[in-house]
Design a binder for this molecule. Structure first.
Ligand code: GTP
Ligand code: MG
Length: 376
């Protein structure tokens, strides 16, 4: 049950519990329901005391500011949404194998040369206390050429699992992934992988991480670390439990009853489909037929596909879908939103393009000035 305890409100307003109960009673609110006050009750009481309600949704607004995806109007329609978890780490440390095991499919074998090319986004059901809970996992490439994808992964995610191979230790992209997650304010869980391997040294990994300011819970720090073998499936349940625990603490919410907003995680041109974009919905619900604008690209969503390639008609908060119908290929990392008409979409896309041009010109002129000053 969502709400504010009576005690807390009384304390905030510097009145007694009894006084508040009296007030609620005269407004027809029965005492049994008055222990935890919903938003409307809090508002009503505050109006009575001529106190402005600023922080009823403060927690969510803080979240919203961080992600810039929730609006003030959403506060009354928030519903729990699945966590989005990004798997990051150095090349070959076992990210895709881990996701593969979690999905119980065979992603690694089908990838070109075993190197993850883009962000794969997958819906997974995780059993928690005998109940199936939905999570969305994003796989990212560890190769150094894909730094932007890791940065983007960190930005759209609620939790980062950072995979470190126990036989190789902390490497450059491990550090980079940690830095991205920290910069985005995303909680980190470390998966110390390949513990089945000869030469695996989990303690050494923990020591290296601690030196980098990532201190294991087991040593009095605040970063959960789980020793796993992604290949053999060892301790994956424990890792998933840790993920769900961290997710629960975040109280992830969105308003599914509005136009969708979110981020482009991947985009490209496909021979048969034209421009395709993988969009992750961060607020609202994306529907087939919606008009979408993402950066300079816009268009009507002609079809949407889920992570298994199945056609879907809508995608709610936290879900990723591949979308066709855009007039050009958007830039991965751009935000998208649904607007009311193609005209609005076109004008927003044009404004975006114009702003981009100005930005490019001014950075170019900056370069020119810099090179002139180096001559002078
Ligand atoms: P990139 O996407 O290229 O960054 O790599 P990745 O982190 O996704 O690594 P990937 O899952 O492709 O695994 C790399 C290699 O390590 C593969 O040959 C895996 O079979 C192997 N591997 C992954 N996890 C384990 C593990 O727990 N134990 C052992 N022995 N091998 C593993
Ligand atoms: Mg991979």
């Amino acid at each position: 049950e969502e709400g504010m305890p009576l005690e807390e409100l009384a304390e905030t307003l510097a009145v007694t519990r009894v006084e508040l109960l009296d007030l609620l009673f005269t407004r027809g609110i029965p005492l049994e329901t008055a222990n935890i006050l919903n938003r409307d009750m809090v508002k009503m009481v505050c109006e009575e005391y001529e106190v402005e309600v600023l922080d009823a949704g403060a927690k969510f607004m803080e979240m919203a500011k961080k992600k810039e995806m929730l609006d003030e109007e959403d506060l009354d329609s928030l519903e729990t949404r699945p966590p989005v978890i990004t798997i990051m780490g150095h090349v070959d440390h076992g990210k895709t194998t881990l996701l593969d095991y979690i999905r119980k499919s065979k992603v690694v074998a089908s990838e070109a040369g075993g190197i993850t090319q883009g962000i794969g986004a997958y819906k997974v059901l995780v059993p928690v206390d005998g109940e199936q809970q939905t999570c969305v996992f994003l796989d990212t490439p560890g190769h150094e050429a894909f730094g932007a994808m890791r940065a983007r992964g960190a930005r759209v995610t609620d939790i980062a699992i950072i995979v470190v191979a126990a036989d190789d230790g902390v490497r450059p992209q491990t550090n980079e992934a940690i830095a991205h997650a920290k910069a985005a304010g995303v909680p980190i869980i470390i998966a110390i992988n390949k513990i089945d391997r000869e030469g695996a040294n989990a303690d050494k990994v923990m020591q290296e991480l601690a030196n980098f300011g990532v201190v294991p819970e087991a040593w009095g720090g605040d970063v959960p670390m789980v020793k796993i073998s992604a290949l053999k499936g060892e301790n994956i349940d424990e890792l998933l439990e840790t993920v769900m625990l961290v997710a629960e603490l975040q109280e992830l919410k969105a308003n599914p009853h509005r136009n969708a907003k979110g981020t482009v995680v991947e985009a490209g041109l496909e021979k048969s489909k034209g421009p395709v974009a993988t969009l992750i919905v961060q607020n609202g619900t994306l529907k087939r037929g919606d008009i979408v604008v993402c950066g300079e690209a816009f268009g009507k969503v002609r079809a949407m596909f889920d992570d298994r390639g199945t056609r879907v008609d809508e995608a709610g908060p936290s879900y990723a879908v591949q979308v066709i119908g855009l007039n050009s290929v958007p830039v991965a990392g751009d935000e998208f939103e649904v607007v009311e008409s193609l005209d609005v979409a076109r004008s927003k896309a044009e404004k975006f393009a114009e702003a981009l041009r100005i930005q490019q010109i001014s950075s170019k002129s900056g370069e020119v000035k810099a090179s002139l000053s180096s001559i002078a």
